[in-house]
Design a protein around this ligand. Structure first.
Ligand SMILES: Cc1cc2nc3c(=O)[nH]c(=O)nc-3n(C[C@H](O)[C@H](O)[C@H](O)COP(=O)(O)OP(=O)(O)OC[C@H]3O[C@@H](n4cnc5c(N)ncnc54)[C@H](O)[C@@H]3O)c2cc1C
Length: 436
């Protein structure tokens, strides 16, 4: 690959933008990178995103975005898990208190608003010369065998020819059908997630909330079949709530981030819960409430189109994540960095692109499936029904023994090392070295 390659990325979400940034920074000679995004403009909705150290590492060390991150992010001291009924603290895990994350993993733990993360990636992509074309909904893909090129076509008939297609078109990926030959099967999880935001004043000026110490970090109410997570985003100006409850409409097969939630329906799930949580939910209005039906997909057998084509899946298109361990955005950005390194290496070693994308998927598939399974485990831990198992969990949390493993996997040093200590850059360099 001595000439600059041409790359089309389908989708301008966190995955697509990260791929554009990572590739523009890593690959030489600098490829021509174009993002095709279906929306008229890059969506300005969404709520909080947890930026664990494995993601901070990439935003700061690989993308050079330290200033933008610190400008918008909140660095929580703790995450406190409390009992659903009365808000009694069950356990408290340090995040940035005593620089725990920095000392253990080299980077801080942050909370960011999705819009801020997307905005800073967009600014970086533009700075690096990425061409972003909106109102470009890709409807088909073709591998042209005789010239060895790829073409994608938009709904309005525009066609783009390229060396490589990166399909970052989200959980309902159209392009994944070319990989699997059929639509990706989806299973309802039985849960829905509401996402709400409140202005800072409504939270900090109410003395009833003082005992929950919101400024210190996030609060997670663990309860039967449901949980609620609250934390500040946007430099502390907005309080973000993620509220996971049993799905009340299993027939609704709509998966969209734009579906509005009904505040009364939301509140109906919380009769008998901590009165301070109910008061918080009373403040939520319809304008700032969205509903997301959680649907699960098994690990895909492959992320590449069959045989010779150069189309590869990335981010939610490859592995939609459920929001139980906060690794969705992190996984998409890790994919981006891994893919960029594979393309860089392919150029240096004169590999075919296909070989590069094979190494990418071999490294990323098992890792993303592991995060998916960690999410399932956390769901069971969060949503225990009151009874002997829950009592045992709470007893172990209260004991906080150094000898016995904590049931909270997000405070277990071994699990955290695996999750937050993971450096995709080193992992992919190792795999590429072995593949030479
Ligand atoms: C609007 C929105 C709000 C979100 N809010 C949150 C949140 O609050 N918290 C959280 O943890 N996660 C949120 N997520 C999910 C999170 O951003 C993703 O899990 C993660 O970042 C992976 O991103 P992705 O780029 O792979 O997929 P996505 O973020 O889904 O991005 C896919 C992009 O592809 C575009 N696209 C789809 N089909 C086509 C096509 N055929 N042609 C061209 N473009 C196409 C979409 O318009 C979208 O911009 C949100 C996602 C979206 C889309």
């Amino acid at each position: 690959m001595s000439n600059p390659i041409n790359i089309v990325i389908v989708g301008g979400g966190i995955g697509g933008l990260s791929a554009a940034v990572a590739i523009s920074l890593a690959v030489t000679p600098t490829p021509k990178v174009t993002i095709l995004e279906a929306a008229k403009e890059l969506s300005e909705i969404g709520a909080g995103i947890q930026v664990a150290p494995n993601l901070t590492r990439l935003l700061v060390d690989r993308f050079g975005m330290a200033d933008a991150v610190t400008k918008h992010a909140i660095a929580p001291r703790f995450v406190r898990q409390v009992r659903w009924e009365d808000g009694r603290e069950l356990t408290r895990a340090n995040l940035n208190e005593n620089d725990r994350c920095e000392r253990a993993f080299g980077h801080k733990y942050y909370y960011l608003h999705r819009v801020d993360l997307q905005g800073m990636l967009l600014a970086r992509a533009v700075e690096l010369g990425v061409d972003i074309i909106t109102s470009a909904k890709v409807v088909s893909y073709q591998h042209i065998a005789d010239i060895g090129g790829e073409t994608v076509t938009c709904a309005d008939g525009r066609a783009f020819s390229t060396d490589l297609v990166v399909a970052a078109d989200g959980a309902k990926s159209r392009l994944s059908e070319y990989v699997l030959g059929a639509q990706v099967p989806v299973t309802p999880t039985g849960d829905s997630a509401y996402r709400a935001t409140l202005p800072r004043e409504q939270v900090v000026e109410d003395p009833d909330f003082a005992s929950l110490n919101f400024e210190e970090g996030s609060v997670v109410w663990l309860g039967p079949l449901a949980h609620v997570v609250g934390y500040f985003v946007r430099g502390g100006s907005t309080y973000n709530l993620v509220i996971v409850v049993p799905d009340d409409d299993k027939e609704r097969n709509e998966e969209t981030w734009k579906l509005k939630g009904d505040p009364e329906k939301l509140r109906s799930h919380f009769a008998g819960w901590d009165w301070r949580l109910r008061k918080l939910l009373d403040k939520v209005d319809a304008e700032n409430l969205y509903l997301w039906n959680l649907r699960d997909r098994p690990m895909l057998p492959t992320w590449l189109v069959p045989e010779a084509g150069n189309l590869v899946l990335l981010g939610d298109a490859a592995h939609p994540m459920l929001p139980y361990v906060g690794q969705g955005a992190a996984s998409a950005v890790e994919d981006a960095v891994a893919l960029a390194e594979c393309l860089f290496h392919a150029d240096k070693q004169n590999w075919a692109l296909r070989r590069a994308i094979e190494v990418y998927q071999d490294v990323r598939r098992p890792r993303t499936d592991k995060m998916r399974m960690a999410g399932h485990k956390n769901r069971d831990y969060f949503h225990m029904i009151d009874g002997p198992e829950q009592e045992e969990r709470d007893k172990k949390l209260a004991t906080n023994s150094d000898v016995e493993k904590t049931p909270n996997q997000l405070d277990d040093p071994e699990t955290l090392q695996d999750m937050y200590g993971y450096d995709v850059y080193s992992e992919i360099r190792r795999a590429l070295g072995a593949a030479n």
